[in-house]
Design a protein around this ligand. Structure first.
Ligand code: PLP
Length: 229
C-alpha cells in the first residue's frame, strides 16, 4: 500500500470504499445502504474530476458560493452527480441553495425552514432536507438543540409542509462520537425519518456501526485541505 500522502484521489477513494464496505459488513449492513459523500470543499474542480473519473457521484460542499463556482459545469457533464450542502446556510442564500443542491444537510432553525419552503415553491425544485442536530449542545456550533428537535421536526411537517428525510450531526471534536451517533439514531427512529448523515474521515466506521446512511468524508479522499485565505 503506498504512503497516504503520495496516493492519488482514485487510490484514496478505493481505500475509503473498502473501509466503508468492511464497516458495513461488520455491522451486518449492506455497503449499498451507505452513501459516501466526498467532501470537496477548498479543493479545486480538478480534484472533483479525478473522483468523478473513479466513479464517485456524491459530493459535499459547505459554502454555497464555492459550490456555485465549481459545480454547475460538472453537473451538466455528469447529470447523475448529486451535490450535498453540509455547511451552515443563511436564509438569504436559501434560493441559490435550492437551485444548486440535491441534498441540504443543515436545516436547523424555523427561519430557515420558512425560507427553504418559500424557495422550493419559487424554484419548483425540492432538494432532500436533513435536520442538523447540535448533539453536543455546543454554543459555537450550528444545529437545533436536542431537547427541541422533535418539536422542530413536527413543525417542519405541519407548518411548512417540509418532509425531512433525516438527521445530521457533527459530534464534539474531542469526545468519543459513539454515544452521539447512537442518540441521533434513536432520534431518527422516534421521528420516523430514514436518513442519518454522520461520520467523517476519522470516525465514519463508528458511524456506520450506528446506522449512518450518509458519511461525509473529505481528508481521507482528497488529502489535507489547503488553508482558507
Ligand atoms: C469538512 C466537513 C466534513 C469532512 O471532514 P473530514 O474530516 O475532512 O473528512 C464532514 N462534514 C462536515 C459538516 C464538514 O464541514
Amino acid at each position: 500500500m503506498p504512503d497516504h500522502a503520495t496516493m492519488s484521489v482514485a487510490e484514496r477513494l478505493a481505500a475509503v470504499r473498502a473501509q466503508l464496505a468492511h464497516a458495513a459488513q461488520h455491522a451486518g449492513r449492506a455497503a449499498e445502504a451507505v452513501t459516501l459523500v466526498a467532501v470537496s470543499k477548498t479543493h479545486p474542480a480538478a480534484a472533483v474530476e479525478a473522483a468523478l473519473a473513479a466513479g464517485q457521484r456524491d459530493f459535499g460542499e459547505n459554502r454555497v458560493q464555492e459550490a456555485q463556482a465549481k459545480f454547475p459545469a460538472l453537473k451538466t457533464r455528469f447529470p447523475d452527480l448529486r451535490l450535498h450542502l453540509i455547511g451552515p446556510l443563511q436564509t438569504n442564500k436559501a434560493r441559490d441553495a435550492v437551485r444548486l443542491f440535491d441534498v441540504i444537510h443543515t436545516l436547523d432553525r424555523p427561519r430557515l425552514a420558512e425560507a427553504l419552503a418559500r424557495a422550493m415553491e419559487q424554484e419548483g425544485r425540492r432538494p432532500a432536507l436533513l435536520i442538523e442536530v447540535n448533539v453536543g449542545g455546543e454554543p459555537q456550533k450550528a444545529g437545533i438543540e436536542p431537547a427541541v428537535a422533535d418539536g422542530f421536526i413536527a413543525d417542519c411537517r405541519a407548518r411548512w409542509h417540509l418532509a425531512p428525510a433525516g438527521l445530521m450531526c457533527i459530534p464534539p471534536a474531542e469526545a468519543d462520537p459513539a454515544p452521539y451517533f447512537a442518540e441521533l439514531a434513536a432520534m431518527a427512529r422516534r421521528n420516523r425519518v430514514a436518513e442519518l448523515s454522520m461520520g467523517m474521515s476519522a470516525d465514519f466506521a463508528v458511524a456506520i456501526a450506528h446506522g449512518a446512511t450518509l458519511v461525509r468524508v473529505g481528508t481521507a479522499i482528497f488529502g489535507p485541505r489547503p488553508r482558507r485565505a
